[in-house]
Design a protein. Structure first.
Length: 184
């Protein structure tokens, strides 16, 4: 078994949102970065070349107040610093950061090889835990992967404005890119 510590020093963890509704042209597709997060990956097997997904596990914790708006694409106007501040405040309010300060993922079952794997686990947002599957793969010392989180499944009502004409899409893509070598 090998345990690897994860965090901003080992890679990036991003959330990507989309828009829906009649007023979607006015809004932005957002890239939100988890600037503070931590985790571990515990690999089954005997080291480089001998690691296997079966028996491996993962845990990740993201403080809600560590989520920062990095980019907004689309929209009628470019995303301003004031927009970023307002969006971050709305995000913390929607996720009830004062009551539920962290989002956690615990991977309980892994399958595949380092080059192409899936991890089934439990994602907890706002005190509600639901199953989630993360898919990924690695090559040349980098592991990349993604999962889709449907907000309503965790009891989150996607943000809306202009009397519902502009809505955040229910599905949010979570992507990661890590500089760790899991072997062949």
């Amino acid at each position: 078994m090998t345990t690897i510590a994860l965090g901003p020093d080992t890679g990036s963890l991003l959330l990507r949102t989309g828009r829906s509704g009649l007023g979607r042209r006015a809004g932005h597709d957002l890239t939100i970065e988890a600037t503070r997060w931590s985790g571990t990956v515990t690999l089954a097997g005997d080291g480089p070349g001998g690691h296997r997904a079966e028996g491996s596990s993962a845990e990740v914790t993201v403080p809600v107040d560590g989520l920062e708006i990095r980019e907004g694409t689309g929209g009628v106007l470019p995303l301003s610093d004031q927009d970023r501040t307002e969006i971050a405040a709305n995000l913390r309010k929607i996720l009830q950061a004062d009551r539920y300060p962290e989002i956690t993922f615990t991977g309980t079952r892994a399958e595949g090889a380092p080059s192409d794997f899936s991890v089934e686990g439990r994602l907890t947002i706002m005190g509600r835990t639901e199953p989630l599957t993360v898919r990924g793969g690695g090559v040349n010392g980098r592991i990349r992967g993604a999962a889709t989180v449907k907000q309503s499944r965790w009891g989150i009502k996607p943000y809306s404005a202009f009397f519902g004409a502009l809505k955040l899409a229910d599905e949010v893509e979570v992507v990661f890119d890590l500089a760790i070598d899991l072997g062949p």
